[in-house]
Design a protein around this ligand. Structure first.
Ligand SMILES: Cc1cc2nc3c(=O)[nH]c(=O)nc-3n(C[C@H](O)[C@H](O)[C@H](O)COP(=O)(O)O)c2cc1C
Length: 210
């Protein structure tokens, strides 16, 4: 295990690390990440999560190819040489593109799943999906704590049925996030976010804030 870092240091420096070394991630680390994820809250304390750990080269190749197809379908037309990207995308574009082209090379993918996915349009959807994302965030923070790199990705969902068939995931289970994990290339945060003053409304909504 690595040296413990403080909670706030982890929160303030956890960011999407998309460039990863091919070196393996130990079973012990993967176990710790999932254990941290399972400490998250969930609606009715139902713990609706399940985690599929993928290290198999052939499976990673297939998932990586589907992910790249999704990337190309959504972002393939963007050429940064044509002019500046929107600020929010500009910060992540290069690294996200790198991940799209190298996803199959990451040492391990952790696919966070929701058991008992709600039917489309169900009023339970917010509670169901909201019961998975805290677990994903715990997993990301735990990765930061262990000195690992990780990011929350969802592009594989354009091939949800293919991914589920490949991994034998039952119909009633939905994949929510694919978290590539590895030893990081590059540094952690600090994360850049809008300041507290800009996003906080005291007592009532302040229309001067966007
Ligand atoms: C719901 C959701 C879906 C996301 N999907 C992807 C994705 O498919 N691929 C990717 O590279 N990053 C994805 N991200 C990561 C965001 O781009 C990232 O959290 C954001 O840019 C902030 O990055 P930072 O923490 O490094 O500052 C997703 C994040 C969220 C919350």
């Amino acid at each position: 295990m690595t040296e413990d870092i403080g909670l706030f240091e982890a929160i303030f420096s956890q960011r999407a690390i998309r460039k990863l070394k091919p070196d393996p991630v130990s079973d012990e680390f993967v176990h710790k990440l999932i254990e941290a994820a399972t400490k998250a809250p969930s609606g009715g304390n139902r713990e609706p999560w399940a985690f599929v750990v993928v290290r198999d080269e052939a499976a990673k190749q297939k998932i990586g190819a589907w992910y790249l197809q999704a990337w190309n379908a959504i972002y393939g037309q963007i050429d940064p040489d044509d002019g500046p990207l929107p600020a929010s995308l500009g910060r992540v574009y290069g690294a996200a593109k790198h991940l799209a082209h190298h996803l199959s090379e990451v040492p391990v993918m952790i696919i966070v799943c929701l058991r008992g996915a709600p039917p489309a349009g169900s009023s339970h959807a917010a509670g169901a999906y909201g019961s998975i994302y805290p677990a994903v965030q715990n997993l990301l923070l735990a990765a930061r704590g262990l000195g690992l790199g990780a990011s929350l990705t969802t592009l594989h969902k354009m091939h949800e049925q293919d991914v589920k068939a490949l991994l034998g995931i039952p119909e009633s289970v939905e994949t929510i996030a694919l978290v590539p994990v590895g030893h990081p290339i590059g540094r952690y945060g600090p994360t850049t976010r809008r300041p507290v003053e800009e996003v906080t409304h005291f007592e009532r909504w302040d229309d001067t804030k966007t």
